[in-house]
Write a protein that binds this ligand. Sequence first.
Ligand SMILES: *Cc1c(COP(=O)(O)O)cnc(C)c1O
Length: 385
Amino acid sequence: MKFSTKAIHVGQEADPTTGATIVPIYQTSTYTQERVGEHKGFDYSRTINPTRVALEKQLASLEGAEYGSAFASGMAATSAVLNLLSSGDHAVVSDDMYGGTYRLFSRVLARYGLRFTYVDMTDLEAVRAAVEPSTKLFWIETPTNPLLKLVDIAAIVGLRKPGQIVAVDNTFATPYFQQPIALGADVVVHSTTKYIGGHSDVVGGVTITNDRTIADTIKFHQNAVGGVPGPLDAWLTMRGAKTLALRMREHARNAQAVAEFLESHDEVARVYYPGLPSHPQHALARRQMSGFGGMVSFVLAGPQERALDFAHRLRFFSLAESLGGVESLICHPARMTHGSIPKEDRERRGVTDGLLRLSVGIEDEDDLIDDLTQALDAVAPASVS
Ligand SMILES: *Cc1c(COP(=O)(O)O)cnc(C)c1O
């Protein structure tokens, strides 16, 4: 079965009791047992719920894997992967990752005796040098946020020793464009809030693996810790994921057009998009991804204050955090998503006050380019002076 077919069919057989074609929202916390312990496989909805099971099967299939566990948010899913570690274990993680992941690692899990080394994962030697005898986990995010740097998943898998786990946060690329498990990764994590849900109307997360032991351990913690999505959220996410393939094709097509337009414009100093030949890792992007996604970052020429002025002038790009919905968004990372990172640290990593990040939606390409054009014209020095 191919990707688009899986998205619509796996886990979604007609309902056995009524024939309902669409998986119902099983809005129930409990299940009536015939006799003690005699039931249809469902006993309590923290442990298992039919709508959630359908979503888990659907999403696992999209990553080409066997086992999925759905969570109430991407952070709950990330946290479940970290439950594979015990006090004293060490993890090598990217120095350029989602801010909430950094906060979970550095301010929550570090208090429980897990140890983290943050390295530039685009530098394989730095990754190798960070490994310790107690290293249990490599945590990869690629492309990174907001600078869209790439990490070579297969190369990191090549460093893995028995007993070590390679986990990939695949939120930005989605399984449509990047398949970490086929590249040798052990676990994939998504914030399904983003492209998988795709409509900015539900928060969720998922972990996916082909490793039975990892899957069982995550399921144990999913039930023990309890960060599960409700049936309606599972259903909304499943509905969104059915159209992932066609949405991603449009996101990538529009993002490529937007990136090329920005790169050709005098008012733009720099564009970050893996689909541009000017991206320093364009060759890796072509090898590792089957498309380049919908995220584009760029820096306006001239004084940095122009970035905020520009962002406020757009009509179709809403000024908002988050990404991956059908509607276009713009974000000023230094003041929004990455505002909690000290300025010096932030600027050293390239997240300057002039940087803007676009989540390019699936509106008409011409309208998006027209919108960017009018905002660029409005902030151009000639019209300012
Ligand atoms: C949003 C995001 C998360 C966190 O997901 P939530 O659903 O907001 O908890 C994790 N990783 C990446 C890359 C994200 O963009």
